[in-house]
Design a protein around this ligand. Structure first.
Ligand code: ATP
Ligand code: MG
Length: 267
């Protein structure tokens, strides 16, 4: 069987809550769009609590979760009974291409897919399995795929994506951020939760103490992919709800992300 993901750049971010995962995806997208080696770019908002679309200033038409609900509703009224979980699985599988393309938002320079929430079950598991399916259905049309994940270890733990070219753990300059990074490293490298070609750490919102952060990364045994300075403009844009992607081209945080993508995404 040929590996559909061979030759693709599949990049995900992970890390403690609020460290800047969503901002990082938006900024990397901005940097990737400027670079012709990116090819076709797909961004996936895999955090059930939406965020990436707002950071990009895009309104979701329908999320994968919503299209999934509609498919189930149609089957329910057609058959006049609640489909069981095997029936739901088959339905979704049969309509996967429709489902993914229906939820895909195509912009001039990239496409975005929002997973959203699934309402029928009180847990996120269906979202995670939808994410797996969406990647299967859409990956052949894209060269570079960035995934904005939920906070914590859940998606790494559940092996939502089995194979990544790059996993970036985003940490703020705090012990808790670094401890989460250590736990993610353990999951990937010791517990084999995911096959990752390149695993590394990005310190975000850095305001000095770079040498301390470098030695913390060293102690962890993690590659330090980059340090992104605290950028007042990011905080301001976020405050007024202006898309992060409209930051000025010379923003120092954007230059730092440009270097990260050149060295660890496109290289
Ligand atoms: N380099 C930066 N400089 C200044 N502020 C930043 C920077 N990066 C992120 N922020 C701010 O930090 C906050 C959290 O960012 P973001 O929403 O990207 O985190 P997250 O990791 O995606 O959070 P969650 O875990 O809730 O999904 C936001 O208010 C954002 O504006
Ligand atoms: Mg987020």
């Amino acid at each position: 069987m040929t590996d559909k993901l061979a030759g693709k750049r599949m990049v995900a971010v992970s890390g403690k809550g609020g460290t800047g995962k969503t901002v990082s995806i938006a900024m990397m997208a901005r940097a990737l769009i400027e670079n012709p080696s990116t090819g076709k770019l797909l961004l996936i908002d895999a955090d059930p609590a939406c965020g990436l679309l707002c950071a990009l200033g895009i309104e979701a038409r329908r999320t994968m979760g919503q299209v999934r609900e509609e498919i189930i509703k149609t089957a329910r009224s057609r058959d006049n009974k609640e489909p069981d979980s095997d029936a739901v699985k088959k339905l979704i599988n049969d309509k996967l291409d429709y489902l993914s393309f229906e939820a895909l938002i195509e912009m001039d320079d990239f496409a975005v897919l929002a997973m959203g929430r699934t309402e029928t079950m009180g847990c996120y598991c269906p979202v995670n399995s939808l994410l797996r399916d969406a990647i299967k259905a859409l990956s052949s049309g894209f060269d570079t795929i960035l995934i904005d994940g939920e906070a914590g270890l859940e998606q790494v733990n559940r092996q939502v994506v089995k194979k990544l070219s790059t996993l970036m753990v985003i940490s703020d300059p705090t012990s808790r951020g670094i401890e989460t990074a250590a736990a993610i490293k353990q999951l990937v490298e010791v517990d084999d939760a995911m096959a990752v070609d390149r695993l590394g750490l990005v310190f975000n919102r850095v305001r000095g103490a770079e040498d301390v952060l470098e030695s913390r990364a060293d102690e962890l045994g993690m590659d330090l992919f980059g340090m992104i300075p605290f950028d007042e403009a990011i905080a301001e844009f976020d405050l007024v709800g202006r898309p992060i992607t409209e930051l000025p081209a010379e923003a120092p945080s954007l230059s730092a992300y440009r270097k990260v993508i050149e060295d660890y995404v496109l290289a």
